[in-house]
Design a protein around this ligand. Sequence first.
Ligand code: DCP
Ligand code: MG
Length: 363
Amino acid sequence: MQESLRKIIHIDMDAFYAAVEQRDNLQYRNKPIIVGGKPDSRGVVATCSYEARMFGIHSAMPSAQAIKLCPQAIFVKPRFDAYRECSEIIRHIFDVYSDQVEALSLDEAYLDVSSSLLHKGSATLLARQIKQDIQRETQLIASAGISYNKFLAKIASDMGKPNGLYLIRPDQALAFIEKLPIAKFHGIGPATENKMRGLGINNGHDLKQVSLLELQRHFGKAAGRYYDIARGVDNRPVNAHRDRKSIGVETTFDQDINQPELVLYHLQQLLQQAVSKLQAKQLMAYTLTIKIKYQNFVQITRGRTLQNAVMDSHDCRLVLADLLKNTSVGEKKVRLLGVTLSNLRPHNDMQQYQQLDIFNFNY
Ligand code: DCP
Ligand code: MG
């Protein structure tokens, strides 16, 4: 099927955890509430109500900073069972409208509705119906984005928030992308964004001016994707059986490193980044693997499966140190280090989630 013929809907719940809390607790309605860790020590904001967002608070912000921005904010301990229950309800609704549903997290999914005959094939009317079903069954609000591929549908759902129903038609897409700031491109993270800004690429228009060759020079393998999305091309299918197997991060050093302490330090940093990615996907990992490429380009991996889910990098220091014992670190110089988390599962209960520690949910 030609790309322009697909009809993709992206659904994302508004302020999901916070909306559930405001629904279930009258005293939180119309108030700035923060779901996440308390503002002492290392608590972090999981999400906050739109009332709290007016003060500049957002997900992943340290709670201590959030309370400074809004001293009257109410901190609420997460109730994952309630969020999972809602998630199941909305997934059942999606299944009614499409057999090609790709759930990205508890509150977010892509639906390919290209072959739906409902509403005479209008994906926008279909999305509106899905939003209505969600509201009727959960009393919660979802935003929907509609377009001809995943990249644009996701951006569209962001554009309309909250309570959005936003369509990007094929004939509007190129003009839309041209104006889009690089920060809004899903799949371009903060590091790449900075690099692009350094190259004078601030929006879709700028990105489109750069040749594929030039993009490859700066961004390697990711270049093709950047080249395509600047042109509104994203052929990724909605993958109903997507099952992420691992999450990894790695870094190549400008100068090869030698000291075991320094290697350990970098591995901890990489692990911290991997754990953050894991959290964003609402997953837990039980297997931790390190990758080392020596100066002579020989590459090894060492892994361990743990009894408890991988915690933060501080707690894993001993495991990392242990994995390093069985390597030539200290003798051979290292040019690249990587950390991969695998054996992934959705985080199921409070106790397991707490093991990720970062949120510091000790109420
Ligand atoms: N979440 C989290 N930690 C993060 C980001 C999100 O625990 N760093 C959780 C809380 C959110 C839920 O995942 O409620 C969904 O994430 P979203 O990014 O969709 O954010 P919200 O639904 O809260 O708000 P929005 O209206 O912007 O979608
Ligand atoms: Mg959301």
